[in-house]
Ligand binder design. Structure first.
Ligand code: FMN
Length: 210
C-alpha cells in the first residue's frame, strides 16, 4: 500500500468528521472481533474510521464480543424458499440490516491460533443466511480487513491464513477487497507505536469513503 500518495492527512484524535456532515457519505460498518476493546485490531479500526469520517463517511462499529451472537446451527431454514432469513433470534438480527445497508464492511480481528478470532468467525458463519445465491447481500460491496498478531512474521503468526480466507470469502461473495492492513503487536494498543501502519490504516479509511 503506497502511503506516499496520501489521500488526506490525519488531524489527530477527536477530529473525526473533518469535512462536516455529508448525508450522502458512504456507510461503513466495522466489526470488531477482539475481546479487547482497546486492543490492537480495534486501534487499526479506529484509525480507519478516523480516515473515513474525515472524508464524510458515516461509520458504525460493533463490538462483537459484547453481542449475543450464537454460532450457525446449520438448520438450513435460511435457505428454504420464501425464508425470512436466519432462524436464530439474537443480535445478528440487528446486524443483518446494517450489513445490507452498508457500502463497505470492515472486519478487524486479532489472530488467535493462526486464524481469525472466534467472535469474528461466528459472525461470518452467520452470514450464510445472507450470502448465498440470490440472497447474497454482499455482491459488489467493498470489504476491508484489519489484523493484529504477536509474531513478527505474518506467515508464522497465521495472518496469511486469515488473509487467504478473506480472499476466498470475497471471491465467493463477488465482493471487492478494498484493502488489508495488518501488523504485529502484543500488548493492548501497542500497535499504535507503529506510525507507518497507523497512517496506512488512516489512508485506507480515506479511500473507503470515496
Ligand atoms: C488465544 C490467543 C491466541 C493467539 N494466537 C496467536 C497466533 O496464533 N499467532 C500470533 O501471532 N499471535 C497470537 N496471539 C496474539 C494476538 O494475536 C496479539 O496479541 C494481537 O495483537 C491481539 O490483538 P487485539 O489486541 O486486537 O486482541 C494470540 C492471543 C491469544 C489471546
Amino acid at each position: 500500500m503506497n502511503i506516499n500518495n496520501a489521500a488526506c492527512s490525519d488531524p489527530g484524535p477527536g477530529s473525526a468528521g473533518g469535512k462536516g456532515e455529508n448525508l450522502m457519505g458512504k456507510q461503513i460498518v466495522v466489526l470488531l472481533g477482539s475481546p479487547r476493546k482497546r486492543g490492537n485490531s480495534s486501534k487499526l479500526a479506529e484509525h480507519v474510521s478516523r480516515g473515513a469520517t474525515s472524508q464524510g463517511a458515516s461509520v458504525e462499529a460493533y463490538y462483537l464480543n459484547g453481542m449475543n451472537i450464537r454460532p450457525c446451527q446449520a438448520c438450513m431454514k435460511c435457505q428454504e424458499e420464501g425464508s425470512p432469513g436466519c432462524a436464530l433470534k439474537d443480535d445478528m438480527q440487528d446486524l443483518y440490516p446494517k450489513l445490507k445497508e452498508a457500502d463497505v464492511v470492515v472486519i478487524a480481528s486479532p489472530i488467535y491460533w493462526f486464524n481469525i478470532s472466534a467472535q469474528t468467525k461466528t459472525v461470518i458463519d452467520r452470514c450464510y443466511a445472507v450470502g448465498v445465491g440470490k440472497r447474497n447481500i454482499f455482491k459488489g460491496k467493498r470489504f476491508a480487513f484489519l489484523l493484529s498478531y504477536a509474531d513478527s512474521d505474518p506467515f508464522v503468526s497465521g495472518a496469511v491464513n486469515a488473509l487467504r480466507s478473506f480472499g476466498d470469502m470475497c471471491n465467493y461473495l463477488e465482493a471487492e477487497i478494498a484493502g488489508m492492513v495488518y501488523g504485529s503487536a502484543g500488548d493492548p494498543g501497542e500497535i499504535e507505536k507503529n506510525q507507518a501502519l497507523m497512517e496506512e490504516a488512516y489512508q485506507l479509511g480515506c479511500r473507503l469513503a470515496g
